[in-house]
Write a protein that binds this ligand. Structure first.
Ligand SMILES: O=C(O)C(=O)C[C@]1(C(=O)O)C=C[C@@H](O)C=C1
Length: 270
């Protein structure tokens, strides 16, 4: 089974459909990202979750759960995200419902109209609620598919604050799946915690990558949640032959390291 953030018509479903073809598994909707991680971990299943967006940055819940749960990343895909205002009548709208990431990606547009906002579990859930409530004062930010599925009008198209909007989705699981297509690249993700807070501590980590000519594609810090001002670092890098050698050297300078996997990146036509 391949779990995704539902209901039907969410952007995660779009990514889910692609992964579902790639690993030949049926899709099953979940109502939260938490529920996806739970199902993947308990049922030895797969899940597709948003990991970062080109406007709003990290999906922080996904990042935190990658550290908490015993799951690995097995694939990655970037999806074009075009948000739409959906509902009944634009002039009557007072409150906009959507996923917090979508509300943030359309922050300027919402502010220009002076609407209030309400965060819900996904863009498709927002459309579903607006359709059920049949209240003209409500609008949703959602996909065109969601508008069609839930019988709402598309009142404005492509409303995100920056046009070239993309979200990166990852495939999570416990065991390496078989893919029936060729990737465009391979990547590795690790999470590290520095040994001590001293001058050059992060430099000594980054030096290991620089000396081996490894291209980092992301470095991001999240609070360690142990003490204010202490962090864990999420590092993505392009595939490298001698990972064992690299990890051995890194281990000398880190208090903790979690390997999230070396996985294929797919570039599927959308
Ligand atoms: O709400 C949805 O449709 C989702 O699939 C979630 C999500 C996200 O969490 O980033 C996915 C893509 C967009 O960036 C907006 C929302």
């Amino acid at each position: 089974m391949l779990y995704y953030l539902g209901p039907r018509g969410s952007f995660t479903e779009k990514a889910g459909k692609i992964f579902s073809k790639l690993i030949s598994l049926p899709l099953q909707p979940c109502s939260t990202i938490y529920e996806i991680f739970e199902n993947v971990d308990k049922n030895n299943a797969y899940g597709v979750v948003p990991s970062e967006n080109s406007i709003e940055g990290s999906v922080t819940l996904t990042q935190d759960l990658l550290l908490e749960y015993d799951v690995k990343i097995f694939g990655e895909i970037d999806i074009d995200i075009s948000h739409n205002l959906v509902g009944y009548d634009k002039d009557k709208i007072e409150i906009i419902l959507s996923h917090p990431q979508a509300l943030a990606q359309c922050r300027k547009y919402i502010k220009e109209h002076g609407w209030k906002t309400k965060a819900v579990s996904s863009t498709a859930k927002a459309a579903e609620i607006v359709a059920k409530e049949k209240d003209e004062r409500l609008g949703a930010i959602a996909s065109m598919e969601a508008a069609k599925l839930y019988g709402l009008k598309i009142l404005d198209e492509d409303i995100q604050d920056y046009k070239n909007n993309k979200t990166r989705f990852i495939l999570i699981g416990k065991e390496t799946p078989n893919f029936n297509a060729e990737p465009i690249a391979y990547k590795t993700t690790i999470i590290i915690e520095l040994k001590e807070d001293k001058p050059g501590a992060l430099y000594h980590i980054l030096k290991e990558f620089a000396e081996r000519d490894i291209n980092l594609t992301r470095i991001e810090s999240r609070p360690s949640k142990k003490r204010l001002g202490t962090y864990v670092f999420y590092i993505d890098f392009e595939s490298y032959e001698d990972e064992e050698g690299l990890f051995k050297s890194l281990n000398k300078n880190v208090a903790y390291m979690k390997y999230l996997g070396t996985y294929p990146v797919f570039g599927i036509e959308q």
